[in-house]
Design a protein around this ligand. Structure first.
Ligand SMILES: NC(=O)C1=CN([C@@H]2O[C@H](COP(=O)(O)OP(=O)(O)OC[C@H]3O[C@@H](n4cnc5c(N)ncnc54)[C@H](OP(=O)(O)O)[C@@H]3O)[C@@H](O)[C@H]2O)C=CC1
Ligand SMILES: O=C1O[C@H](COP(=O)(O)O)[C@@H](O)[C@H](O)[C@H]1O
Length: 486
């Protein structure tokens, strides 16, 4: 792996959950892989008044906790040499002056401002950086998701960030696009001829995308209760995966060629407003139950959740894409917390043969399926029918499987590691452009408006199940089932 150019990364929200659990461990791992130069600087920035030593102690204990046995003292020493801390309250001008002193003389290096704070601080911080002339031509800003809470607030943030940074300097991150299997989906579709003729209406019967989590809201209830699953997972991760499945082949691998094609998918999504939203979406909220045999509390009993919250912890949607390629092919999306297991996958079910020549298993559903597993296992499985050994032509289901970990052994990058290296190298391909974000919010907002209009409570589901029964009905009424219910 190539050494990265020397960079200065200012991590706003450097004491927060995301920084401690994902971003700093990701940077530690890239240091272990020899990609980070010794004169690189990683500066945690937050409101807390901490010394460098106090900050390092926090980072160290989090790296130890989140690196599953990969942590070692020798590598920690070299990583720690790059890490510093600066107290910056977003609204405090004097604090930017202190940051400015830390960055002085390093204007030629790649400079990254990573916004890992609540989105309502993104613009304020960018304006503070610009006022203190901290934005150099080699600077980039990274904006975490969800960017805003609706189209209006997202536009406002983008406008204000745009006064400090030009669009090619803005990296809107979606860590799902950094996942190896998601990129393998691009390789599968655009690096092989095999699937392209089948990747369309008339050949594909329906598509399912599931992002299931077994965890609850953890320590993020305040954020989550204001946000809900639709804005936390659907507006970004699920729609981005949908775009990658449904987009036309871009003419080049250039970031804008890819982003143009994703944008066309977002524009072709059939709007879900009013009654259409009511009929084609299901909201759920988990009740007490058990995960892997351990009892867990319900959402309304979680710390910091208001007693009568109507925030959804589960969403299922039926989505249609009004395009030449996909007209009439339903896409079923679902995501939820406290589901039976952590399981993210995309299932493309193909049409059945028009005429069955051979004896086949009794099955209502087509058996030709491509299953793309994103996590916890990463792999691709093609379900086909094969001849059962012995006399006669009896068919039975068989699998052609590719397990990425087994086939490509060697160290793998997690989503944030991959995306951080892309940011440092200035590669925008896997990041969302502003118009994509606008289009995603423009499609999401009417769904929320419809939910508010109907004032129905989310459907209850028991923690440890696959969500409310209505999510099964959403797909069963079209003659299909979720893969876990097959
Ligand atoms: N956590 C996760 O798994 C994920 C989070 N995200 C996104 O990442 C972002 C950060 O999330 P998360 O880490 O969970 O949030 P946290 O609440 O854990 O952290 C927020 C951070 O912001 C800092 N902060 C708060 N107020 C100010 C201020 N006025 N000025 C400067 N810094 C401030 C806090 O510092 P201090 O404590 O010192 O005040 C803290 O470091 C959010 O946009 C979230 O949506 C996205 C995907 C997953
Ligand atoms: O963005 C988010 O993603 C995580 C799930 O990410 P994963 O990589 O563990 O699948 C989710 O828990 C969180 O609520 C959301 O903000």
């Amino acid at each position: 792996m190539q050494t990265l150019p020397t960079f200065d990364l200012v991590l706003f929200g450097g004491t927060g959950d995301l920084a401690m659990r994902k971003l700093l461990p990701a940077l530690y791992r890239r240091t272990c892989a020899g990609q980070v130069c010794a004169d690189t600087r990683i500066i945690g920035a937050a409101r807390s008044d901490l010394s460098r030593e106090q900050y390092l102690a926090q980072v160290k204990s989090n790296c130890e906790a989140h690196l599953d046995g990969e942590f070692n003292e020798r590598m920690w020493e070299s990583f720690a040499r790059c890490v510093d801390y600066c107290k910056v309250d977003a609204g405090e001008d004097l604090d930017y002056a202190a940051l400015s002193r830390l960055l002085e003389g390093r204007e030629d290096h790649v400079r990254i401002f990573f916004m890992s704070t609540a989105p309502n601080l993104f613009a304020l911080i960018c304006e503070g950086l610009a006022r203190h002339s901290l934005v150099t031509s080699a600077s980039r800003v990274v904006l975490e998701k969800p960017l805003g809470e609706d189209l209006v607030s997202s536009r406002q943030i983008n406008e204000r960030v745009g006064t400090a940074f030009r669009e090619p300097q803005i990296f809107r991150i979606d860590h799902y696009l950094g996942k190896e299997t998601v990129q393998n989906l691009l390789a599968l579709r655009f690096g092989n001829m095999l699937f392209e003729p089948l990747w369309r209406r008339g050949r594909v019967r329906h598509v399912q995308i599931t992002l299931a989590e077994d965890v609850g809201v953890e320590r993020r209830a305040q954020f989550y209760d204001q946000t809900g699953a639709l804005r936390d997972m659907v507006q970004n991760h699920l729609l981005q995966l949908l775009c990658i499945i449904a987009m036309e082949p871009p003419a080049t691998a250039n970031p804008d060629a890819m982003r143009d094609e994703k944008l066309k998918v977002l524009h072709a999504l059939r709007p879900l407003a009013g009654n259409d939203a009511r009929n084609n979406t299901v909201r759920g909220q988990y009740k007490a139950g058990a995960i892997a045999g351990q009892p867990v509390i319900g959402y309304l009993d979680e710390k910091d959740v208001p007693p009568n919250s109507v925030t959804e912890t589960f969403v299922a949607l039926k989505v249609e894409i009004d395009s030449w390629r996909w007209a009439g092919v339903p896409f079923y999306l679902r995501t939820g917390k406290r589901l039976q297991e952590k399981q993210s996958e995309i299932v493309v079910t193909f049409e059945d043969v028009p005429h069955a020549l051979y004896e086949r298993p009794e099955q209502l559903h087509s058996l030709n399926r491509l299953v793309i597993q994103l996590q916890p296992e990463e792999g691709i499985t093609l379900n086909v029918l094969a001849k059962s050994p012995g006399e006669g032509m009896r068919l039975r289901p068989a699998e052609l499987s590719l397990d990425f970990a087994e086939y490509f052994n060697g160290q793998r990058l997690d989503g944030y590691e991959r995306l951080l290296t892309d940011i440092i190298n200035g590669n925008l391909t896997l990041f969302m452009r502003r118009d994509e974000l606008d289009a995603a919010w423009a499609w999401i907002d009417p769904i929320r408006e419809a939910w508010q209009q109907y004032e129905e409570r989310p459907k209850a589901y028991i923690a440890g199940t696959w969500g409310p029964a209505a999510a099964s009905s959403l797909i069963v009424r079209d003659g299909f089932v979720w893969r876990n219910e097959l």
